[in-house]
Design a protein around this ligand. Structure first.
Ligand code: CP
Length: 363
């Protein structure tokens, strides 16, 4: 499906209203320190699959988010950048934001999309194997975004893929492009996290409400947080589980200079937290579990006046809607920015950055 240019303009003008409720930091903040884009770094994404947040080091994350900021500012025409490409959005598990924002991103740069919105409408209903479905992605698309209930699905598919595969969330494992969107929102809010040195007494304290070991969004977010040890003081994990990290993540955290704490006292910790990342839904083996009872936030919660909240959504009772119109709300901007981050990722994967942005911006 293609959308006419006039419609693209209309979407661009109106489609970001959600991101203008609450805290709406300016994308220009991400560009003020190092405006030029390093192609040698972005080239690492050329025709690459994106499977885990661990693929991103600080340089790659920064260059991709700078590209996202240029795209969000819409200073340069991108409407035909991927007009010869087809993206398959293959979602074997429900999604609102990931599938729609990838499709929106692809359409806005002139690409075409084909979609699976429900596994039951595919050969899965007849017992078709993931291997055979993967072969069809190779034939019908130039890139595929896959979401699946099974952690193993992405690894299984990569064995057969001849086109780049983007992990759109696999069971309890990872959601790397969500983490890119999370950090885009945070770097717009405080660019100095990546580009400056925050004085010791103002270094950030992050609170994570959830269990990184078995929540994919929280896990991918945490992996990227570890890239900024110079500006993050502590990360406190609020979870009802005995071992919220699990063995693999604990090993990664043990090797980081950032102090990681565990607590069940959210209320008593609120006055210290600068950023709160929350998610209450975990996929555990056979279905979703909700972890909200003891960790809820609303407009009366005793946060610092400038604390920001991130939430990948969908939300439950843990995040009151009375926070939506406050400056604590960075979660709508986080969802809004995902379109530009995913657009940046697609341009980098197809090596179209050098054809889209002017030469004097590129090094
Ligand atoms: N953040 C996120 O993954 O949302 P969806 O499940 O709606 O894609």
């Amino acid at each position: 499906m293609t959308i006419p240019a006039a419609r693209v303009d209309h979407l661009a003008e109106t489609g970001r209203l959600m991101g203008r409720i609450g805290n709406c930091p300016n994308p220009e903040g991400v560009l003020q320190y190092q405006p030029k884009l390093r192609l040698d770094v972005l080239d690492r994404l050329r025709y690459s699959s994106v499977l885990s947040a661990a693929q991103f080091d600080k340089d790659l994350l920064i260059e991709l988010l700078k590209l996202s900021a240029y795209l969000q500012l819409r200073k340069y025409p991108v409407r035909r950048a991927l007009e010869d490409k087809i993206m398959a959005a293959a979602f074997f598990e429900p999604s609102t934001r990931t599938r729609l924002s990838f499709e929106s991103a692809m359409l806005t740069v002139g690409g075409q999309t084909i979609s699976v919105a429900d596994a039951k409408t595919t050969g899965v209903a007849k017992g078709e194997s993931l291997r055979d479905i993967g072969q069809m992605f190779n034939s019908y698309a130039d890139v595929v975004v896959v979401r699946h209930t099974e952690q193993s699905a992405i690894a299984e598919l990569t064995e057969y893929m001849r086109i780049p595969l983007i992990n759109g969330g696999n069971g309890s494992d990872e959601h790397p492009t969500q983490a890119l969107a999370d950090w885009y929102a945070l770097l717009k809010w405080r660019p100095e996290i990546a580009f400056g040195t925050i004085p010791d007494k103002f270094r950030l304290n992050l609170g994570i409400i959830g269990t990184p070991g078995n929540m994919r969004t929280v896990k991918s977010f945490l992996k990227l947080a570890l890239l900024f040890p110079e500006n993050i003081n502590h990360i406190t994990i609020f979870s009802e589980m005995a071992d919220p990290l699990g063995e693999h993540l604990r090993e990664i955290c043990d090797n980081s200079p950032i102090g990681i704490n565990f607590s069940r006292d959210l209320e008593g910790s609120l006055e210290y937290l600068d950023v709160i990342y929350m998610n209450a839904i975990a996929f555990l083996g056979d279905g979703y579990r909700f972890y909200a009872e003891n960790f809820q936030l609303n407009a009366q919660s005793k946060m610092k006046h400038d604390t920001v909240i991130l939430h990948p959504l969908a939300r439950g009772a843990e995040l009151s809607t009375d926070l939506d119109r406050t400056q604590h709300n960075l979660y709508f901007n986080q969802a809004d920015g995902a379109v530009w981050v995913r657009q940046a990722l697609l341009l980098a994967i197809f090596d179209r950055v050098r054809h889209t942005l002017p030469d004097d911006l590129l090094i």
